[in-house]
Design a protein around this ligand. Structure first.
Ligand code: GDG
Length: 463
């Protein structure tokens, strides 16, 4: 059987007694059998650039983790610069936030080539190589240039933009060509895949074959739709266990019988936090009956603080939170609780179960796993209501949520009002249909579908 090689920008470093469960680790859990190699950046930054041969390897639970360090300059140009200051805003339709600098683009290419230099000697011809996310788009091409013949797939965790937006990126055609160097390219939704195929047609001038495959440079790349999911049963069990735990008990006693609403996001401008908090203020203004009855807990774990747009967002949120609390608080009730420190995963699962509604309103999102986690964590006998942005990939599947336009604070406020007033029978019926989707499109299915395509790609090519 072929060995699986996962490549991601950050490698989840093994910790004592196991591996730290990052989002990707959870999503790939079923694919990560003994013998798997996981390669990427260690998370360490060094004063000077490392050499290609400086690969650190550790083994945990049969998986080998091979990492390289980045220099401070590489981190600044490749990671904070091009990856998170150009590609992230572009792929989330935020052209106004794109800050293109040629030196960052060159560093992005160079780091991908350094990854390839370090990884190529570790590879075997029958490996299945699965590369993750926008930081590493050129890696497949760089590996091919080093004579790697193994099958290589790429999965994009963000949205993909249509050519009208993509054209704003200098060297957009190079980005598309790099994606075409893979055997399989995966997207969360049919819409993202369609955008990619249109880009290939309109910018590269190629005509995809009837099955959506593209012939490029003598190879065929298959563009597939493969929505990421969670370990729904596992997460439901965690939420149930957390119910009796100290944190959930403390939370519930602090609520004193009031309803909890919850939002959980990385502190990122793509998540629609400003509009969401604005909407909550409008709910309290328009529907005063909810005052004193509901508390909104927003967990917004700090992220990418060395990118200036993220610092600006944090300041703006501090201001809105202060305004809302100042305007509506009473001496024994605070409408909004706001944390920028992360919670433990188990605690989070329990908090989802306590919450009567979750507000998941990104302005754009590849998928959004919080929406799926919230559904999985509910008590089916008394489930909460999910409010979901129409611009999250998850909305394609979770159509029984209350779907809103995340730019329209009034619409979100009305959805909050509906959620807080919804009768038990409707909550149960919606939840049952949502849970069926979350259990169906789960993590196991995600990796199985991708790897089946990757395994099949060579055979199909020879036909
Ligand atoms: C990218 C794409 C796509 C959040 N706060 C805490 C915490 N989290 C966990 C959540 C969830 C994960 O982080 C966030 O996942 P999302 O999918 O919501 O968003 P991104 O981080 O932007 O992920 C996204 C995803 O990749 C997968 O393809 O869905 O569209 O942008 O699991 O629970 N976890 C803990 N404490 C927190 O405070 N423990």
């Amino acid at each position: 059987m072929s060995r699986l090689v996962i490549v991601s920008n950050r490698v989840p470093t093994p910790v004592e007694g196991g591996v730290r469960a990052g989002g990707l680790t959870v999503a790939l859990a079923d694919a990560l059998g003994p013998g798997t190699l996981w390669f990427g950046w260690s998370g360490r930054r060094t004063a000077r650039a490392g050499t290609a041969s400086a690969v650190a390897q550790v083994e945990a639970q049969g998986i080998t983790y091979a990492t390289i360090d980045l220099s401070e300059t590489e981190y600044r140009l490749f990671y904070a610069g091009y990856s998170n200051g150009v590609l992230w805003p572009l792929l989330h339709f935020r052209l106004g936030l794109v800050r293109y600098r040629a030196e960052e683009y060159q560093a992005w290419q160079a780091v991908n080539h350094r990854f390839a230099d370090a990884l190529a000697p570790l590879l075997r011809p029958d490996d299945l190589i699965w590369v993750h996310d926008y930081h590493l788009v050129p890696l497949g091409e760089a590996l091919r240039a080093r004579g790697v013949t193994a099958r290589i797939g790429f999965f994009l965790h963000t949205p993909f933009v249509p050519p009208e937006v993509l054209r704003a990126l200098p060297r957009a055609e190079q980005l598309l060509a790099s994606l075409c160097a893979y055997d399989v390219v995966g997207f969360h939704t049919a819409g993202f895949r369609a955008g990619f195929l249109r880009g290939v047609t309109e910018i590269l001038g190629l005509v995809p074959e009837a099955d959506g495959r593209i012939l490029f440079g003598g190879r065929r790349v298959a563009a597939i739709v493969d929505p990421i999911g969670i370990d729904a049963g596992g997460f439901a069990a965690t939420a149930e266990q957390a119910w009796g735990g100290t944190e959930v008990r403390r939370l519930r006693s602090s609520l004193a019988g009031r309803t909890l609403a919850i939002g959980v996001d990385r502190l990122d401008y793509s998540k629609g936090l400003v509009q969401r908090l604005d909407a909550f203020g409008r709910l309290l203004a328009r529907h005063p009956e909810h005052r004193r009855r509901v508390s909104f807990l927003q967990v917004a774990a700090r992220s990418r603080e060395d990118v200036s747009d993220y610092r600006d967002l944090r300041n703006e949120l501090d201001r809105i939170v202060g305004e809302t609390i100042g305007q509506y608080s009473e001496f024994d009730w605070v409408p909004l609780r706001y944390m920028t420190r992360p919670l433990r995963r188990r605690t989070l699962a329990g908090f989802y179960r306590v919450a009567h509604m979750a507000v998941v309103t990104p302005l754009r999102d590849g998928m959004n796993l919080v929406a799926k986690e919230y559904v999985a964590a509910q008590d089916p006998a008394d489930p909460g209501v999910l409010i979901l942005s129409c611009f999250a990939g998850a909305a394609e599947d979770l159509t029984d949520a209350l779907i809103v336009n995340p730019f329209d604070a009034d619409e979100i406020a009305e959805a909050m009002h509906s959620a807080l007033s919804m009768r038990l029978e409707e909550r149960q019926a919606r939840h049952q249909r949502l849970a069926a989707r979350v259990w169906h499109n789960d993590a196991q299915r995600f990796s199985r579908v991708f790897l089946d395509h990757l395994r099949g790609s060579v055979a199909a090519e020879g036909k």
